[in-house]
Design a protein around this ligand. Structure first.
Ligand code: NAP
Length: 377
């Protein structure tokens, strides 16, 4: 019988962490008991929290999928993304167990076919997010070289996948198109970016945890092999949603930048009269919509890991993701007008709204007794 392994994952309520937790739940045969305490129970900002928790659980590995909100100030970004990551690494080092650290292409410059060594220089002017993620990468590398930390750094680019409750990055773009708040294309023709498929990531993590000789001390770009043109992707989403916007007009960067700045001024005024409003933090990456950033997947492809879904790309996942997010946002009343097209549970909602008595009868008929699987044994 396979021996059960215990893993501690931080960031389990997030897009990436949640996907990893779901994976281990879905495949119990992998014999991994994954513990994902919330940030209230284990805040990586507090080293005592980490020591207490790790001492109690005694895990066989740690995965760090936590991050401060993209728009967080310097203190929070530093405490979560940098010092928190190092706190976890020190715990892993103390127990001699592997640490899987999730990082970001924000640590890389713009450009094409960037390798794992192509980081931006560490300067005060970097965004809080990029700076703190880069600082974590630098210190983890030093800890591996000088103290023997067994870690793997996985850099993600623009992530696509289900369960993004915060609506960030790619899903923010999807939202802006569905919400028709993107009148024209805020990019220029042929601007290529790399994309990361969150669905494939847990397969990689599970694999590399079993192959420490090959993957320890290494950084990998976990990206789809082919880069994607931003305008093509936006227009594809628009055609799935059958919308008229955004128009196929390319807004130049200076205009988009001016628009963002003017909106910022307006929002500041609104806040002064007590109205809560803020810009999506993704706009800090506005310049990146106009410049290519493609990450080389060569090191990943040349590793012994085999892609579980080789044909899958952001385009092949798009139909499912569009249905998933539009249905969800429609239910949450964040967007309107798509129910007819996508709502697979329409009948439940209509019965709930119009015939609650029928619904109660139906539920009673289905059975409301104790669960058999809980009462047996
Ligand atoms: N999403 C992307 O497009 C993208 C792209 C590139 C790289 N990445 C990387 O992927 C990783 C995960 O990102 P994500 O998109 O999944 O983030 P997310 O959805 O924003 O989730 C962040 C997670 O971090 C947790 N967290 C925040 N502060 C914490 C603290 N002090 N202690 C413990 N946990 C804390 C949050 O827990 P609570 O909810 O309990 O606070 C939440 O579970 C990050 O390293 C990020 O840099 C993401």
């Amino acid at each position: 019988m396979t021996e059960m392994k215990k893993g501690v994952l931080v960031g389990g309520s997030g897009l990436i962490g949640g996907t990893i937790v779901n994976y281990y739940k879905k495949y119990p045969d992998l014999a991994v008991d994954i513990r994902a305490p919330s940030s209230k129970k284990l805040s990586i900002r507090v080293s005592e929290d980490i020591c207490d928790y790790i001492r109690q659980v005694k895990p066989d590995f740690i995965i760090n999928a936590a991050m401060a909100n993209l728009g967080a100030d310097g203190k929070l970004s530093c405490e979560v993304n940098y010092l928190g990551a190092i706190n976890l690494a020190r715990a892993a080092l103390s127990l001699g167990i592997p640490l899987i650290h999730i990082s970001s292409s924000a640590t890389l410059p713009v450009g094409e076919n960037l390798s794992e060594d192509d980081t931006v220089p560490l300067t005060p002017g970097l965004s809080n997010y990029a700076k703190s993620k880069l600082m974590a990468e630098i210190t983890l590398k030093k800890m591996a070289q000088e103290q023997g930390l067994d870690y793997t750094c996985i850099r993600l680019a623009i992530v696509y996948g289900a369960h993004d409750h915060k609506i960030q990055g790619f899903h923010r773009m999807l939202f802006s198109i569905a919400d028709e708040s993107m009148p024209v294309l805020f990019t220029k023709k042929n601007t290529l970016h790399s994309y990361s498929n969150s669905r494939k990531l847990p397969y990689f993590i599970d694999y590399i945890l079993g192959k420490r000789n090959e993957f320890s001390g290494q950084t990998y770009h976990f990206v789809d092999p082919d880069a994607v043109d931003l305008a093509t992707l936006i227009l594809k989403v628009k055609s799935y949603l059958n919308l008229n916007k955004p128009r196929e007009i390319y807004a130049p960067f200076w205009l988009a930048n001016l628009g963002t700045k003017s909106l910022n001024v307006m929002l500041r005024v609104l806040r002064q009269v007590g109205l809560q409003a803020s810009m999506p933090p993704e706009l800090m990456f506005l310049e990146n919509f106009y410049k290519p950033q493609t990450l080389s997947a060569t090191k990943l492809q040349e590793s012994s890991f085999i892609d579980p879904f080789p044909g899958e790309t952001v385009f092949t996942r798009l139909p499912d993701l569009v249905v998933y997010y539009i249905t969800r946002w429609d239910h949450e009343n964040l967007i309107m007008g798509f129910k007819e097209c996508f709502d697979t549970e329409k009948s439940l909602e209509s019965i709930f709204c119009d015939n609650p008595i029928d619904l109660v009868e139906e539920v009673h008929k289905e059975g409301v007794g104790p669960y058999e699987q809980l009462t047996q044994s």
